[in-house]
Each structure stands twice: as C-alpha cells, then as structure tokens.
Ligand binder design. Structure first.
Ligand code: ADP
Ligand code: MG
Length: 379
C-alpha cells in the first residue's frame, strides 16, 4: 500500500514538474486557458485576393463574429482606397462594384490635371513608399502603374509589349513626379492631397497594400483582446501569439521553382509577418523565356536576376511586403545597407531570405529565427 502511495506521489511530482516546464516554456499560456480556446476562421475574397483570418480565443462566438465583421469591413474599406485593378473582369467582389473606382484610381485619372484630396491611409502609405523609392533610387517604385499596365502580367498580358510602348510607359513612371501635400486648414483638420505631374501616370501600391492591410487587421484583432491569430492576405501572412497547440505558428515557404508544388522550408514565428515575392506565380513564357511581374524601372522589363524568390520576416507586415518586392529588385548585396538602415529607423525586426535559381539560400538576419530549409535547397 505504502509502495503504491509512494509511486503515486512520484507520478504527481512528475506531473507538476511537467506542468511547470510547459508553463515556463510558454509564458502567458496555461493549460486550462488552452483547453477552452476555440479556433474560428473566416475566408473572403477582398483586395483582389483570398483573405483568411483565423482566431483562437476564449471570447464568445458573437464577439468573435463582430471581430471578423470589423476586420473584413476594414479590408473592403482599404480595397476602396488602394485597388488598382478596377477595370479587370475578375475584380468587383466586395462592397465596391465595377462602376465605382478606388481612391487610388481617382488620383490616376486626374494625373497631369489636378491634385486630389485623399484619405490619411493612402497618404500615409504613399509617404512610406516614396521614402523607400528615394532610398532605393526607384528600385521600389509606387509610380510604376503605367509600366505595370503596359505589361499587364497576371491579367491579360501574355506577350512582350512593343519597345515603344515600354519606353512611353517608362517615361511616365517616375516616382519624382508624385507630389504629396499636407494642408492644415483653419479648423486644424489636415487635408491630404496627391498630384501626379504627368498625364497618363499611374500609382500602383500592389507591392505593399496587403502588408499595410495585415497590420491594420492585427490592430483590430488585438484591440478586441485576441492574442492568437493568423492573418493571411493572399499569402501575405501575419502570425500573432500561438497556434492551437500553444506553439509558434509554422509558416511554409513555397518551393520557388516553377511548377513545383512542395515547400522549400518552414518558419516558426510569433508576432511576425512572412511575405514572399518571386518570379514563379504571375508570369508568362515567350520564346522559352519567363517574363514575371516584378519590373525593373531602369530597363522597363521584368527584373533580370538569379533569384527565384525573396522572403521577408518582420514584426511589421507592411515592411515585409514592401521589402520582399524591393529586395527582389535590389538583390542581396544592395539589400544589406537598406535593411540595416530601416531596422534602426523603423525599430523593426527585419530578416531576409534569398532563394537563388541554383537552389542555394542565403539569409540576412540579426534576429533569432526558427527556420527549417528542406532538400534540395541548401544554406
Ligand atoms: P504579389 O503579387 O504577391 O503581391 P509583390 O508584393 O512582390 O507580389 O508585388 C508585385 C506587384 O507590385 C506587381 O504586380 C506590380 O503591381 C507591383 N510592382 C512590380 N514591380 C514593382 C516595383 N519595381 N516597384 C513597386 N511595385 C512594383
Ligand atoms: Mg510585396
């Protein structure tokens, strides 16, 4: 009998020790809390892409539904501001029907004519985009709309446009022709205005709007008291807190070799965004050559590079999105200085993974990352 008690006590001690280790390893997470957390998910097509939000919480379902409603309303609002594809036939899902145009499109239509009053959101995102454009001498270019439209890759563009069309589009794709003005009126309300100096000029924030949107959703979700969530805006992922197993979220990095469907690696993150830009999703092939959707404003053609993809890991989804495109254009060496400057200036964690077409992988990082790279990719 005594022996049995002793054994039971030993089991109890072991159990408490295990409990202690688990709670110590996952601060802010307790077993009882984990048991009562429910997982909820909602998917909708907004911002021209599939958006999924997963929430893990102890809040009642009605409250969770309100958070979903508020989040998707925010996405529809941002769509009405940033969408650059109003004329495309696959566009028009959400509140904005095809007869309406986005705020960004209105600025485009008034190019060369007059300045347009805009929302704080558009002004804020354009200011950041313009700052990066200056820092990178136009490698990232928010005024690239005319050139993007000329190629129309991922939509109707299936062949290389004539040289003359590319050079005329380039001539009206200069970010220095974007004028941003802030006017303080007498009522102390700030009026934001944007003017595109050249007729035909077009803004395109497709390389950064999804990241901006993910950050906005993160604020809404956290303000509602939800700490654990996964926001996926068309592959632009932002992971908050822990997954259903109480662990960091595992984010798969797609194999960036054209035609491959498996993954090249997995990142385990919490409180971070993972965004990838590559040449393998939106492209067409002509005479055996791939023409992808990330364009080089120095040439007017898709970026010529030995990279297949660039993934960025950052606590700010806006910078993850912006930099995945920018660093794909800049390449590894030129990205280094930009990253160290931005880390300091924006007080952000920024790590970059470069996937080359010989399957080698290189990392620029000062942060501790939990990353697995799978064969045939090599570090
Ligand atoms: P995704 O299509 O997955 O969002 P990106 O974030 O890399 O990929 O954005 C690519 C989009 O950005 C293009 O479709 C185009 O609209 C725009 N773009 C292409 N080249 C540039 C560039 N050099 N600077 C800024 N935006 C660009
Ligand atoms: Mg991007």
């Amino acid at each position: 009998m005594k022996k049995k008690n002793k054994k039971q006590n030993l089991i109890k001690t072991k159990f408490y020790l295990l409990f202690f280790i688990i709670t110590a390893l996952f601060p802010g997470f307790s077993c009882s809390e984990n048991l009562s957390r429910e997982e909820y998910s909602r998917v909708e097509f907004v911002l021209g892409t599939v958006c999924q939000i997963r929430l893990l919480t102890t809040l009642p379902k009605e409250r969770v539904d309100e958070v979903f409603d508020a989040s998707f309303e925010e996405l529809v609002k941002l769509d009405a501001i940033f969408n650059a594809n109003t004329e495309h036939s696959d566009y028009g899902i959400g509140e904005l029907d095809r007869t309406e145009i986005s705020e960004l499109e209105l600025v485009n239509q008034k190019a060369g004519k007059e300045s347009v009053p805009v929302s704080k959101e558009l002004f804020e995102l354009l200011s950041i985009a313009l700052d990066i454009a200056k820092k990178t001498d136009g490698a990232f270019n928010p005024a690239i709309g005319a050139l993007v439209k000329c190629w129309d890759i991922g939509f109707s563009g299936k062949s290389v446009p004539p040289k003359e069309e590319i050079s005329s589009a380039l001539a009206i794709s200069n970010f220095r022709d974007i004028e941003l003005k802030e006017n303080k009126s007498s009522s102390a309300k700030i009026e934001y205005r944007v003017f595109l100096k050249k007729e035909g000029m077009r803004l395109d924030l497709g390389a950064v709007a999804k990241g901006y949107a993910a950050d906005q959703l993160s604020s809404i979700i956290r303000r509602a008291g939800i700490e654990d969530a996964l926001i996926d805006i068309g592959g632009n992922v932002l992971a908050l807190g822990k997954n259903a197993k109480g662990r960091n979220w595992g984010i798969g990095l797609k194999n960036p070799n054209i035609g491959e469907q498996d993954i090249a690696g997995v990142l385990h993150v919490s409180g971070q965004s993972v965004v990838t830009s590559g040449n393998y999703e939106r492209y067409f092939e002509e005479s055996g050559k791939i023409y992808h959707h990330i364009l080089d404003c120095k040439t007017g053609y898709p970026v010529e590079t030995s990279l297949n993809a660039v993934s960025v890991i950052s606590d700010k989804s806006l910078y993850a999105d912006l930099l995945s495109t920018t660093c794909f254009v800049l390449g590894e060496e030129k990205s280094r200085n930009l990253i160290s400057e931005l880390r300091k200036k924006t007080d952000s964690e920024i790590s970059i993974l470069f996937f080359y077409n010989d399957n080698s992988v290189r990392l620029i990082s000062e942060d501790k990352l939990s990353l697995e790279i799978k064969s045939p990719f090599v570090f």
